[in-house]
Design a protein around this ligand. Structure first.
Ligand SMILES: C[S@@+](CC[C@H](N)C(=O)[O-])C[C@H]1O[C@@H](n2cnc3c(N)ncnc32)[C@H](O)[C@@H]1O
Length: 225
């Protein structure tokens, strides 16, 4: 089973996903639905959940780790404050070409900055307390390594959203039931989830939406920091 919830419930919820207002998002969704492309984008129910969160937060500065073809950054751009901005990081040249093309077609080159390279090199170069929201959607085994940087980069009262944290439900299983090749990811994801739920700087919740989402609110302080 590749879904973490009952398939019939997932199918029903996905059928409720509205047609996107952006023609580029619609084009990407259609290509994936018709299996013309196999791009890794957020699941429809995750897209709808993020849209609600962003409507509440109204962020000005967003950082995304893992742009792929630009789908989620284009989607999030609709919920930015006036003069808001998204910085998104991608390391895979094939994805970078498609993301650049989609961002250009969506006329969002001023709003979305695509940083090319590995997040492990790029994150340390970004300024502290810069982002209202970070969307982490990259290699799952790296979440635990990127977490200290995410905490540093988030403004106090900022939100970290991390996708695919339940990894098709395997995270909830004993490591001895996991294929040996998946055990490193399994233990790193467990380490990540334990850390965000037991860390003084964050208040976190893990939700079985899509492939599992973690929401982590950065506790504290003066929002003008
Ligand atoms: C699940 S996809 C992102 C999907 C995208 N957020 C969306 O919904 O439209 C993950 C992407 O992260 C990229 N990635 C993985 N690890 C990375 C890293 N360390 N630095 C930069 N990009 C990374 C992969 O190349 C892949 O394109």
């Amino acid at each position: 089973m590749s879904e973490i919830n009952y398939s019939y419930i997932v199918e029903y919820i996905r059928a409720l996903h509205p047609v996107p207002s952006s023609s580029i998002l619609l084009e990407i969704e259609n290509k994936i639905a018709r299996e013309i492309e196999h791009w890794p984008i957020i699941k429809p129910e995750v897209a709808d959940f993020i849209k609600v969160l962003l409507s509440l937060i109204k962020p000005t500065h967003i950082l995304e780790i893992g742009a792929a073809v630009g789908y989620s950054s284009i989607l999030m751009s609709e919920f930015l404050n006036k003069d808001g901005h998204i910085t998104t990081i991608e390391r895979f040249p094939y994805m970078l070409d498609r993301a650049k093309d989609n961002i250009k077609k969506a006329n969002l080159e001023e709003t979305i900055t695509l940083l090319e390279g590995d997040a492990s090199d790029i994150l340390p170069t970004l300024a502290t307390h810069q982002y209202d929201l970070i969307f982490m959607d990259c290699a799952k085994g790296q979440y635990i390594h990127f977490l200290p940087e995410c905490i540093r980069l988030l403004k106090p009262n900022g939100l970290l959203i991390t996708d695919n944290v339940l990894h098709k439900g395997t995270v909830a299983r004993s490591r001895y039931l996991i294929d040996r090749r998946q055990r490193t990811t399994h233990s790193r994801l467990r380490d990540f989830l334990w850390t965000i739920t037991h860390c003084d700087e964050l208040r976190s919740s893990v939700l079985p939406v899509g492939d599992g989402i973690a929401l982590s609110f950065k506790i504290g302080g003066n929002t003008n920091d």
